[in-house]
Design a protein around this ligand. Structure first.
Ligand code: C2E
Ligand code: MG
Ligand code: MG
Length: 341
């Protein structure tokens, strides 16, 4: 008694490609059909030989990616998260890279979509989490560097769907001796909104164990403000697209200000992403945004470079010295970045 609506994705191949065998024509029609599906379904696409080349490159990359973890080709880059009140680096965000044997160092955009489709993202995510915990624990044991409060790790939707995520996270923390309060897991709005009830349950479980939850790229998804209030969250990370447009367009400045006020009222801290200029720093300080991240402070770097960066920031530079007296109290009173010794 229900009305069912069906759509179709159609791949078309014409005789101009001179197929000798019916299987070859079907294979190319199939390739075109998958392009139609990827383009949003309910459409037709006519085969073009470049599609075949793209499909072959993807297949090669998928099989390379399966080797990447076992062959020790994954790397992490760290980018500092800085207090906008004191200028001190308080945390690092962990960003995955792939040292591909032929193509060189690949950014997440080059391989995470395939990792996501194939489910390899789950193993990659676990590897990144453990690498980040190991480096963070090693940095915290060193003296002569500013006390780091937290390490941030990005989560993919498929990790969130995994029933055993809290177990995987707690295992990583325990095996490296990192307190749960020191780990911030970053999830995007769309990952949460895809299934807010399930996300709230898994993230709530982690948060009860002490782990901090950040909404990444805030402002780019379609979060319902009502849902936001019900979710177990600690930090809003304001997407870099807002920060980039803030100086030229007062509408964006107003939006960023509104988000920081909203966050404060909900008891959440704010991190501005993609800060590139001192103007942006000044604007964000005037809006009382708590933390900042971006090329203005430092680009993502290797773990050795991150350590050198920390050593070079053992004392705060002169432009921040007027607020330096606040730093020690800020670090330890901050509800989100405090980490027990
Ligand atoms: P994200 O979590 O929002 O990370 C911030 C991205 O912005 C990083 O790109 C960083 O290099 C870039 N960025 C930082 N400051 C600036 C700036 O001042 N200007 C500009 N133009 N860009 C800046 P990256 O490393 O290419 O990572 C892209 C995305 O890939 C990340 O966005 C995150 O969503 C995803 N990602 C990275 N590592 C992981 C991971 O280990 N697991 C998962 N699931 N996703 C990851
Ligand atoms: Mg992130
Ligand atoms: Mg982000």
């Amino acid at each position: 008694g229900q009305q069912v609506t069906c759509t179709a994705s159609i791949g078309i191949v014409t005789s101009e490609h001179g197929h000798q065998q019916p299987e070859d024509a079907l294979r190319d029609a199939d390739t075109a059909m998958y392009v139609a599906k990827h383009a949003g379904k309910a459409r037709y696409v006519v085969f073009d030989p470049e599609m075949h080349a793209v499909a072959e490159r993807r297949l090669a990359m998928e099989s390379d990616l399966r080797q990447a973890i076992a062959s020790d080709q994954l790397r992490v880059a760290y980018q500092p998260i800085v207090s906008l009140r004191t200028g001190r680096p308080l945390a690092f965000e962990t960003l995955v890279r792939w040292a591909h044997p032929v193509q060189g160092l690949l950014a997440p955009a080059d391989f995470l979509p395939i990792a996501d489709e194939t489910g390899l993202i789950v193993d990659i995510g676990t590897w990144v989490l453990n690498r980040a915990c190991a480096d963070f624990a090693a940095w915290r044991r060193l003296s002569g560097i500013p006390p780091l409060a937290a390490i941030h790790v990005n989560l993919a939707r498929k990790q969130l769907l995994l029933g055993k995520l809290p177990e995987v996270v707690m295992d990583a923390l325990e095996s490296h001796g990192v307190a749960p309060e020191c780990l911030h897991l970053e999830v995007t709005e769309s990952e949460i909104m895809n299934d807010p009830v399930h996300a709230a349950a898994v993230l709530g479980d982690l948060r009860r164990q002490g782990v901090k939850i950040d909404v990444d790229d805030f402002g780019t998804g379609y979060s319902s403000l009502a849902t936001l209030h019900e979710l177990p969250l600690d930090v809003l990370k304001i997407d870099q697209s807002f920060i980039a447009k803030m100086s030229e367009d007062h509408c964006f400045a107003a939006l960023v200000h509104a988000v920081t006020t909203l966050a404060q009222n909900l008891g959440l801290a704010t991190v501005a992403e993609g800060i590139e200029t001192s103007d942006q720093v000044a604007m964000l300080q005037s809006m009382d945004c708590d933390f900042g991240q971006g090329h203005y402070f430092a680009k993502p770097m290797s773990s050795d470079e991150a350590l050198a960066y920390l050593r070079s920031h053992a004392t705060v530079s002169p432009e921040w010295s007027s607020v330096d007296s606040l730093s020690a109290s800020m670090l330890h009173s901050s509800p989100v970045l405090h980490c027990p010794e």
